[in-house]
Design a protein around this ligand. Structure first.
Ligand code: G3P
Ligand code: CA
Length: 272
């Protein structure tokens, strides 16, 4: 809306820091999540998977090669060199890998940070009860049984008095339905997001979910209005351009935006 005095439009949308503030610190690490919180994002997105010992760990790719130094840390004869899937690694091994010293972060202050567990990541939020994680269950078909483990972790946090406004999402909508049934049995009621585009004709089928979070490129004003009418909020990914943020918020009417640049989105919401 434009203010009555004709001044700069005031925008209201949820800033969601993607993989932490991943434009500025290595994605899905504790420093990136911390930075997202520091930049005032009310939600910080991460990706979760399972280690070999069934710890929930924070990593985007199913394999470790792109974002860690796994190749330098395995003997050439270790068959995992050929296919370093995260589920082949014990959490103690993941804790030893460097997840902060690759790409543009080589030789940065972040060298030495590790692949975090979900528990370590949730610990960052105990001092910030108003901030939540947007937890993406990544490739759950490759991590059977991840949903009950996630419910158990969240249930333990609630039992400890944590009230952070977390949200759980996945591209795998069956996994989200499993999570939702399990969390309700456990007395939890976290909002659930469906990543991708749900056909409007199917909105009723997915009425148990609270969010539809599509790629921003496919969004229209009509689709967002229909999703709202069906009870969903819409939070597209991944938008790092200020003009596109403005269009999505002002013209298309989205509820939140998932961005690597939460500081940029703060400026879009409240221009000087
Ligand atoms: O939060 C949505 C977004 O993270 C989905 O894509 O590949 O970055 O996990 P991706
Ligand atoms: Ca993600």
């Amino acid at each position: 809306p434009v203010a009555a005095d004709g001044s700069e439009p005031v925008r209201d949308a949820t800033v969601i820091a993607h993989r932490g503030a991943s434009a500025y610190a290595p994605e899905n690490t504790l420093p990136a999540v911390d930075l997202g919180i520091d930049m005032g994002a009310p939600l910080v997105e991460i990706d979760i998977q399972l280690s070999a010992d069934r710890e929930i760990v924070v990593l985007h790719d199913t394999t470790l090669g792109r974002t860690t130094d796994v190749e330098e840390n395995l003997l050439a004869v270790d068959p995992r060199q050929l296919y370093p899937h995260v589920a082949f690694f014990h959490s103690a091994e993941l804790a030893e890998l460097d997840a902060g010293c690759w790409g543009r972060f080589a030789d940065s202050q972040y060298c030495g940070t590790h692949v975090p567990t979900l528990a370590e990541t949730l610990d960052l939020f105990t001092e910030h009860p108003e901030v939540g994680l947007l937890i993406e269950v990544k490739s759950p078909a490759e991590h059977p049984g991840i949903e009950p483990l996630l419910v158990a972790e969240l249930q333990a946090r609630v039992a400890a008095g944590e009230t952070n406004p977390h949200v759980v999402q996945s591209f795998d909508w069956q996994s989200m339905q499993r999570f939702d049934v399990l969390q309700q049995d456990a007395g939890l009621d976290y909002p659930v997001g469906l990543l991708g585009t749900v056909n409007e004709a199917d909105f009723g089928t997915y009425a148990w979910a609270e969010q539809v979070n599509p790629n921003h490129g496919s969004l229209t004003t009509e689709y967002v209005a229909a999703a709202y009418a069906a009870g969903f909020s819409v939070n597209p990914y991944t938008v790092n351009d200020a003009c596109r943020m403005v269009a999505l918020i002002d013209d298309i009417g989205v509820d939140g935006v998932i961005t690597d640049r939460p500081d940029l989105m703060q400026r879009v919401l409240a221009p000087d």
